[in-house]
Design a protein around this ligand. Structure first.
Ligand code: ATR
Length: 285
C-alpha cells in the first residue's frame, strides 16, 4: 500500500463528464491541485453519450465516486438530476459541480464565481458601479449573471443576436440589479467599462457584431473562451483600445478551484496553476 495521491486504490475518485471531453483541461487542473494541496484526489474525463447522463452518474456513484464536474452539453441535465441545489446553482439553471453524499447528490454551480474571481482577484478589476456588457444569452451567460450582479455594477446590458433571448434573460434576473436585454444594433452610443463575451462565436473564429466605440476610456474586455492564441473578440478589443484584454483560462481554473473547495473543503492556490496551463497552451501551439 502507498499513500500516493495518484494510486487509484488510495485516492478519492472524481471526474468530468461531457461530450466532447477528450481535450478537457480539468483532469490536468485537478491533478495540479491535488499535488499542491496533498489531497488524495484522482480525477478523470468521462465521455457521455447524449441522453445518458443519469446512467453515467449512477455508474460513477456505484463505483464509489465522490464528485463530478459536468460540462457541455449536460449542465441543464445535471440541474434536473441532482437531489439538492445550492442557491447559485438554482439561479443559474445549470449544475457544473456535483458532490456525491451518502444519501443524495448535491448540485452546485461554480462558473459565475470563477469568472468574478478571475476578473477581480487575478485581473484587478473592480465591478462595483461599472457598466458591463454581457454578450450572449445562452447557458454560459445565464450561469454568470447572478454573481456579476452581486458585485453591484451600475448596469448590466445583455446583447444577443436573437434580441428576445436577451430580453427574457434580463427579465429573469431583474430582481438582482439593473439589467437590460437587447440586440447588438440597439447598443448605439452606449459605452461600457467591461465587455464580457459569453457567446459561442469564438469557437467558430467569429465575433459578435459589435459597433466601434463601445469601450469607455480605460475599459476592459474578457472572452470566456480561451486558446493558444487571442480570439477574434480579443483582437478586436485590443484594436478598440481596451487596457485589459483576457481570455477565459483564469475562469476555468477558478471554477475548478471552487469545485475542489466544494468537494474537499480546501481551496487550492490558482495563480501557479493558471501560469502553468498558460505555458503548456503556448507549448502546444
Ligand atoms: P452556451 O451554453 O455556450 O451559452 P447556447 O445556449 O447555444 O450555448 O448559446 C450560445 C450563445 O452564443 C447564444 O447567445 C448565441 O446567440 P443566439 O441566441 O442569437 O443564437 C451566441 N452565438 C453563437 N454564435 C454566435 C455568433 N457567431 N455571433 C454572435 N453570437 C453568437
Amino acid at each position: 500500500m502507498t499513500d500516493h495521491p495518484h494510486d487509484p486504490d488510495a485516492c478519492d475518485h472524481y471526474a468530468v463528464m461531457g461530450n466532447p471531453i477528450a481535450h478537457s483541461k480539468s483532469p490536468r487542473i485537478h491533478r495540479l491541485f491535488a499535488e499542491q494541496t496533498g489531497e488524495p484526489v484522482c480525477y478523470r474525463a468521462i465521455l457521455v453519450e447524449p441522453g445518458k447522463l443519469p446512467a453515467a452518474v449512477a455508474d460513477f456513484v456505484a463505483e464509489g465516486g465522490r464528485g463530478l464536474n459536468i460540462t457541455v452539453p449536460f449542465k441543464q441535465d445535471a440541474w434536473q438530476l441532482v437531489d439538492r441545489r445550492s442557491p447559485r446553482a438554482e439561479r443559474a439553471g445549470a449544475v457544473n459541480t456535483i458532490r456525491i453524499e451518502p444519501a443524495e447528490l448535491f448540485g452546485d454551480n461554480t462558473d459565475g464565481v470563477g469568472l468574478v474571481r478571475d476578473l477581480t482577484d487575478n485581473l484587478g478589476l473592480s465591478l462595483r458601479d461599472r457598466r458591463i456588457l454581457l454578450m450572449g444569452a445562452g447557458g454560459a451567460a445565464r450561469g454568470v449573471l447572478a454573481p456579476l450582479l452581486e458585485q453591484q455594477p451600475a448596469l448590466v446590458v445583455i446583447a444577443n443576436r436573437t434580441a428576445q433571448r436577451a430580453v427574457a434573460l434580463a427579465e429573469a434576473f431583474a430582481d438582482l440589479g439593473t439589467v437590460q436585454g437587447c440586440g447588438y444594433e440597439a447598443l448605439g452610443e452606449l459605452r461600457f467599462d467591461l465587455l464580457i463575451n459569453a457567446t459561442a462565436a469564438s469557437l467558430q473564429g467569429d465575433l459578435p457584431p459589435l459597433p466601434d466605440g463601445l469601450l469607455a476610456e480605460g475599459g476592459a474586455a474578457y472572452d470566456m473562451m480561451y486558446g493558444a492564441r487571442p480570439t477574434a473578440f480579443m483582437q478586436w478589443a485590443k484594436w478598440q483600445g481596451a487596457t485589459t484584454v483576457a481570455d477565459g483560462l483564469g475562469m476555468l481554473v477558478e471554477q475548478a478551484a471552487e469545485s475542489f473547495l466544494v468537494w474537499r473543503g480546501v481551496r487550492p492556490r490558482t495563480r501557479p496553476v493558471i501560469q502553468r496551463l498558460r505555458e503548456e497552451l503556448a507549448a502546444d501551439a
